[in-house]
Design a protein around this ligand. Structure first.
Ligand code: NAP
Length: 265
């Protein structure tokens, strides 16, 4: 039997690609779209989709779930909307697969607890690209030996949150093995606010936003007389799609929230 999938954020850069992927995926059926525009229409009526894509568009997630009974909700929306979507989804026993970034730590804790109470799978993956997941894993390994590290993430200028979910996740993974210490000169002083980037347990994270970029990250480790750079580049959104398909299948086996694809590969 096919997995019934709903997508929130279908018109977006990631959403459009995800629609194409789910529709073309054997064993998956796209049953609904969640949006706050074009409500009551079908994806077929939107120019960007094929004219035979008769998938209804809903505004209200409760109604969407009641009428179309999805197994999984893929969320590719915005930091302002995603928390509520995941909460409603979990309360209705629909499994969320979330690419949207920008959760606060408190929100992640609450949703983790809710998934545990409901005994239902949920995957929140700041990065669905396998290369980026490996970059994070390799960075964690390198930090055991080279604990002085700075992260530079580079994204397109339409991105709403900074630093990126991937950069925060990388810093968290590094901090699991790196003894917390403040980097740079002890008397270091910024003569312009933000010059040294954001601080996470003494590490620095820098966010670059420019048109032309997609999603890129460098993790730079400094040691005596040496420098190690681990870099990943996403050139287009296709690189995220295998990860989404993998997570939609995997979430059906889970009974808790997993944050980060590296924990389920
Ligand atoms: P985008 O192009 O801005 O797409 C977001 C879409 O969601 C837009 O169509 C937007 O509509 C819609 N939307 C906003 N609020 C909504 C709501 N309440 N209900 C339904 N739809 C809503 O952004 P994107 O580049 O596709 O990225 C989407 C999210 O995925 C971002 O958080 C981004 O950081 C993240 N991302 C994750 C990965 C990963 O691998 N995990 C990779 C790339 C991006 P309007 O434009 O009309 O407001």
């Amino acid at each position: 039997m096919s997995l019934r999938v709903a997508i929130a954020g279908c018109r977006g850069k990631m959403g459009k690609e995800a629609v194409k992927t789910v529709v073309g995926q054997e064993g998956m059926e796209l049953v609904a779209a969640l949006d706050y525009k074009h409500v009551g229409e079908s994806l077929a009526e939107l120019e960007m989709f094929p004219p035979d894509l008769n998938v209804p568009i809903y505004l209200d997630l409760n109604q969407l779930i009641e009428e179309t009974k999805p197994d999984v909700l893929i969320d590719l929306t915005s930091p302002h909307a995603v928390y509520e979507h995941v909460k409603v989804s979990l309360l209705n026993h629909v499994r969320p697969v979330v690419g949207t970034t920008g959760f606060t730590d408190e929100q992640l804790e609450e949703l983790t607890e809710l998934a545990r109470e409901q005994k239902i799978g949920c995957i929140i993956a700041p990065n669905f690209a396998i290369g980026a997941v490996l970059m994070m894993k390799f960075a964690k390994e390198a930090a055991k030996y080279l604990p002085n590290v700075e992260i530079i993430e580079l994204h397109h200028d339409q991105k709403l949150d900074a630093p990126s979910g991937t950069a925060k996740k990388t810093a968290q993974m590094i901090s699991e093995v790196r003894e917390q210490h403040k980097q740079g000169h002890p008397l270091e002083k910024e003569t312009m606010d933000g010059a040294r980037g954001a601080e996470f347990e003494g590490m620095r994270i820098h966010s670059v936003r420019l048109p032309g970029l997609v999603a890129h990250q460098e993790v730079i480790f400094g040691g005596k007389g040496q420098l190690l750079t681990i870099r990943h580049d996403s050139f287009n959104r296709e690189c995220f799609m295998d990860g989404i398909v993998y997570c939609v299948k995997k979430v059906m086996e889970l009974e808790e929230l997993v944050y980060g694809m590296e924990n389920i590969l």
